[in-house]
Design a protein around this ligand. Structure first.
Ligand SMILES: Nc1nc2c(ncn2[C@@H]2O[C@H](COP(=O)(O)OP(=O)(O)OP(=O)(O)O)[C@@H](O)[C@H]2O)c(=O)[nH]1
Length: 248
C-alpha cells in the first residue's frame, strides 16, 4: 500500500493536483465553476439523465453531486454497453431495478439505443409534459462517460424536427476526459419545447477510496500518465479491478 501511495504521489505530483486529504486530489478550475453552475441549473431541470459507465456503475459517479441528482426526477443511462460483459451488465440492471431506480443500458453512439433512452425520458416526463410550456433535461456525469456522444446522437435523432435556423451545433467529443467545459443546450422538441443540456464532466475534489480511484484510471475517466496507470494495474492485477465492481 505504501508503495502504491508513493507511486500515485509521484505520478499525480506531475499534474496540477490540489492538496486535499484524499489519495487522489484533482480539481481543475473549470470543474469548480462547473459544479456550482450544475447545482444552480439542477433547480430548473425537469429531469436528469445521469450517465454512468456500465462497467463501473458505482464508481463512475460524483458522490458530492449524487444527492442533488437523486432528489430530481432522473433516469440512469448505463453507457458503453458495447464494452461491457453482457451477463455482468444484466446483473447491474437487476441491481438498479431492485433498488427502484430507472436505468437503461445504452451505447451513446448508436441511434437505436439512444431512441430507447428517449422513450424512457418521455415516459418519465409524462406528468409534466402537459403542464409546462418548456421542459429542461440535463445530462450529467463524470468526465469521459459519453455525455457529448449521447447529446450528438440525440441531435441526430431530433434535428429533422426543426427549421434550419433553429438547429443547434453538435457537441465536441474526445477520447480524453475534460473535453466539455461549458454547459450547452439543444432543443429536441416543440410543444412543449424540450431542451437538453450537456454539462462538463465533474469529479469530486478528492478521491479517497483506492478502488474507486483505480476504476477511474482503468476506464479512462481520469487523465493520468500512461506509465503510472500501467504500474498501478501491474501492482494490483488488472483482472481483480476489472472484476471488482460486480462483487456486490
Ligand atoms: N465504445 C463506446 N465508446 C463510447 C460510447 N460513448 C462514448 N464513447 C467514447 O468515449 C469517449 C468520451 O466520450 P465523450 O462523449 O466526449 O464523453 P464526455 O462525458 O462528454 O466527456 P467530458 O467532455 O470529459 O465530460 C469518446 O472517445 C467516445 O467516442 C459508447 O457507448 N461506446
Amino acid at each position: 500500500m505504501a508503495a502504491l501511495k508513493g507511486l500515485l504521489k509521484k505520478g499525480l505530483g506531475e499534474m496540477d493536483f490540489n492538496t486535499g486529504r484524499g489519495l487522489i486530489n484533482w480539481f481543475p478550475g473549470h470543474m469548480v465553476a462547473a459544479t456550482r453552475v450544475i447545482c444552480n441549473r439542477l433547480k430548473l431541470a425537469d429531469l436528469v439523465i445521469i450517465v454512468r459507465d456500465t462497467r463501473i456503475p458505482l464508481s463512475s459517479i460524483n458522490v458530492n453531486l449524487q444527492p442533488h441528482l437523486s432528489a430530481k426526477r432522473h433516469v440512469i443511462a448505463l453507457n458503453k454497453k458495447d464494452l461491457a460483459i453482457p451477463n455482468i451488465m444484466h446483473k447491474w440492471v437487476n441491481y438498479f431495478e431492485m433498488s427502484k431506480q430507472d436505468c437503461i443500458p445504452i451505447n451513446a453512439c448508436s441511434k437505436s439505443s439512444v431512441m430507447k433512452l428517449l422513450e424512457l425520458v418521455e415516459v418519465k416526463l409524462k406528468e409534466v409534459i402537459s403542464k409546462e410550456p418548456t421542459l429542461l433535461v440535463m445530462v450529467v456525469g463524470v468526465p469521459n462517460v459519453g455525455k457529448s456522444c449521447l447529446i450528438n446522437s440525440i441531435h441526430h435523432i431530433t434535428h429533422s424536427r426543426f427549421l434550419v435556423q433553429e438547429k443547434m451545433k453538435r457537441a465536441a467529443v474526445g477520447p480524453l476526459p475534460g473535453v466539455t467545459q461549458d454547459i450547452t443546450g439543444l432543443k429536441i422538441a416543440n410543444k412543449p419545447s424540450i431542451y437538453v443540456l450537456d454539462t462538463p464532466g465533474v469529479l469530486v475534489p478528492s478521491i479517497s477510496d483506492i478502488e474507486t480511484g483505480l476504476n477511474f484510471l482503468s476506464y479512462g475517466l481520469l487523465k493520468i500518465q500512461w506509465w503510472v496507470r500501467s504500474e498501478l494495474l501491474n501492482s494490483f492485477g488488472s483482472s481483480k479491478y476489472l472484476g471488482y465492481s460486480i462483487s456486490l
